[in-house]
Write a protein that binds this ligand. Structure first.
Ligand code: M6P
Ligand code: ZN
Length: 192
C-alpha cells in the first residue's frame, strides 16, 4: 500500500516540455537507440558521425513505482530521421500488461504506434491537444514526424513497470517512414 505523502504540483512549459521541478531527466542518444532502427547502415553511419545525437528526453517526477500512484512525465522527441524512419522512443509493453496509459500532445506532431502480442498494429496521429489512450495489452512507441520537437505528457499506473526486451528483440510490425514527402506506415522488414 502507498504511504501518505505530501501533495505537490509541477509546472510544464508546453513549448519545451520542461517539467519543473523535475527530479529525473532521462536522455536517449543515438548510441542507446541505434539498434531500434530498421536501416542498420544508416544507424551505424549516424552513430559514427554524430554519436551524441540526442533523440529524446524524458522529464519525470520521482514517485514510487507502486500501486496507488499515478506516474507522469513529459517526453520531448527531437526532429530527425535515421534512414527513412523518424526519431522515436524505444517503446515498451508494461510489465503488467493489463495497465493502460494516457498521453496528451503539448507541441509538435507525431504518431503513437501501438501493437498487441498477437501483432495487431494501430497508429494514432497526435498534435497539440490530442489525448490518446493506450489500452491494456498494447505496446507503445511515439514517433516525431514533424520539423519541431514533438512533446507530450503521459500518465500511467505506478505498478505497471516497463518491459523493453520484447520490443528490442522483435520490434514493431510497422515502421513510420518518410516517403513521398510525408509520413507513411510501412512493413518492418526485420519484424519477427
Ligand atoms: C512516455 C511514457 C514513459 C516512457 C517515455 C519514453 O512518456 O510511456 O513511460 O518512459 O514515453 O518511452 P520509452 O520508455 O519507451 O523510451
Ligand atoms: Zn508505458
Amino acid at each position: 500500500m502507498a504511504a501518505i505523502m505530501e501533495p505537490f504540483k509541477s509546472e510544464i512549459h508546453f513549448q519545451s516540455g520542461v517539467f519543473s521541478p523535475a527530479q529525473v531527466v532521462l536522455r536517449r542518444t543515438i548510441s542507446q537507440t541505434h539498434s531500434l532502427y530498421a536501416d542498420a547502415k544508416a544507424a551505424q553511419h549516424i552513430l559514427a558521425s554524430e554519436p551524441d545525437r540526442l533523440i529524446y528526453e524524458v522529464y519525470t517526477t520521482d514517485l514510487p513505482e507502486e500501486e496507488g500512484h499515478i506516474l507522469h512525465c513529459t517526453t520531448v522527441i527531437y526532429p530527425g530521421r535515421v534512414g527513412e524512419e523518424y526519431h522515436m522512443t524505444k517503446g515498451h509493453f508494461h510489465a503488467r500488461r493489463e495497465q493502460g496509459e494516457v498521453y496528451l500532445g503539448l507541441a509538435g506532431r507525431g504518431y503513437l504506434l501501438m501493437q498487441t502480442a498477437e501483432g495487431d498494429v494501430r497508429a494514432l496521429s497526435m498534435e497539440t491537444g490530442t489525448a490518446a489512450y493506450v489500452p491494456p495489452y498494447w505496446a507503445h512507441r511515439t514517433v516525431n514526424v514533424g520539423d519541431e520537437p514533438f512533446i507530450f505528457f503521459a500518465a500511467w499506473a505506478g505498478e505497471a513497470g516497463h518491459d523493453y526486451v520484447t520490443i528490442e528483440q522483435h520490434g514493431f510490425r510497422k515502421l513510420i517512414v518518410h516517403r513521398n514527402g510525408q509520413a507513411e506506415l510501412a512493413d518492418n522488414p526485420r519484424y519477427g
